[in-house]
Design a protein around this ligand. Structure first.
Ligand code: SAH
Length: 215
């Protein structure tokens, strides 16, 4: 296992400053970024990139999201300890680790088998244990464990999948980037069985949420 050392910690403190300067205020989110060894979530040899505020390629043509984006989505979720959170797009597991650090019970789905296998082995090694990880299609959500307090989608969704809205608790929050080439960060708050409040927060760019059921 590769290591975390004071040099990495120093680089993380710089990253926290950058993310803060871009408008992130949630102290718990900033704390998580200052603790989680992001370089270990990327292939070795990329240490110089790990603490820049940028997305970066991981396996299977996917990316580890930009730290600012991770922070922005997490801040919108308003995580409370013990929240049951569904994440679509486990990827490297970095966002998962942020949610676990905030004491959420995380259920995460990944559509790429290779990434699913890799991250499933990796997360416990760094001490960030999700409640459940699954290889499957995020468009369907995870009905067996619904309803969720919070749902986060970490890939660009061409539309808002109905199952995700229906698997949200009343009072729950869904954060999802919606769009094709560019995505609008969108927050849905479920006010009642049938009523959802919608807020939009500017443009982001994600890898696309893949269609079709998992092969
Ligand atoms: N949170 C991750 C983001 C990875 S990028 C991180 O920071 O590392 C988006 C991820 O969503 C990719 O791993 C991709 O394979 C996954 N994905 C794409 N379509 C999906 C789908 N329909 N269901 C579940 N995961 C999906």
């Amino acid at each position: 296992m590769r290591q975390d050392n004071p040099k990495h910690k120093g680089l993380r403190n710089q990253l926290v400053k950058t993310v803060k300067s871009k408008g992130i205020k949630d102290k718990n989110v900033l704390d998580a970024i200052s603790k989680i060894p992001r370089h270990l979530f990327m292939d070795s040899g990329f240490i110089d990139f790990a603490y820049q505020d940028k997305a970066f390629p991981i396996a299977a043509d996917q990316t580890i999201s930009q730290p600012y984006t991770v922070a922005f989505q997490t801040e919108l979720l308003q995580i409370e300890p013990k929240d049951k959170v569904l994440e679509i797009g486990t990827g490297s597991g970095y966002q998962t680790a942020v949610l676990v650090d905030l004491k959420a019970e995380v259920y995460s789905i990944e559509r790429q088998k290779e990434l699913f296998e890799k991250t499933k082995k990796f997360l416990p090694k760094v001490g960030y244990v999700a409640k459940k990880l699954k290889y499957g299609d995020g468009y369907k959500g995870w009905p067996e464990f619904a309803p969720f307090d919070k749902i986060i989608v970490t890939a660009g969704a061409p539309f808002v999948p109905k199952p995700l809205l229906s698997q949200l608790k009343i009072g729950g929050r869904l954060v999802i980037p919606v769009g094709d080439d560019v995505q609008v960060m969108t927050l849905f708050i479920r006010n009642s069985e049938k009523e959802f409040e919608k807020h939009e927060f500017g443009d982001f760019r994600f890898v696309p949420m893949l269609k079709e059921s998992a092969k």
